[in-house]
Design a protein around this ligand. Structure first.
Ligand code: SF4
Length: 71
């Protein structure tokens, strides 16, 4: 699963960083930043939670299940 954040939409409320500080931080400019774009499975629920609770809907999640194909 991948996570991206739309800087133009983010208003820096910090909800995401409060819910999942491992993946989201508030940068010096006051807006959120994704620190781990390739979300480990154990953080997936927390990242989904952050996306659901972002007041601006600035967090986008992409499921990359095709990467789990058998070689
Ligand atoms: S919760 Fe949304 S608007 Fe607030 S800092 Fe995080 S990404 Fe930005």
């Amino acid at each position: 699963m991948r996570v991206t954040l739309d800087d133009d939409i983010c208003r820096g409320h910090g909800v995401c960083a409060a819910i999942c500080p491992t993946v989201f931080t508030i940068a010096d400019g006051g807006y959120a930043e994704v620190t781990i774009a390739d979300v480990p499975a154990d953080l997936a629920t927390s990242v989904r939670d952050a996306a659901d609770n972002c007041p601006e809907h600035a967090i986008h999640i992409t499921d990359v299940s095709e990467e789990n194909h058998v070689h």
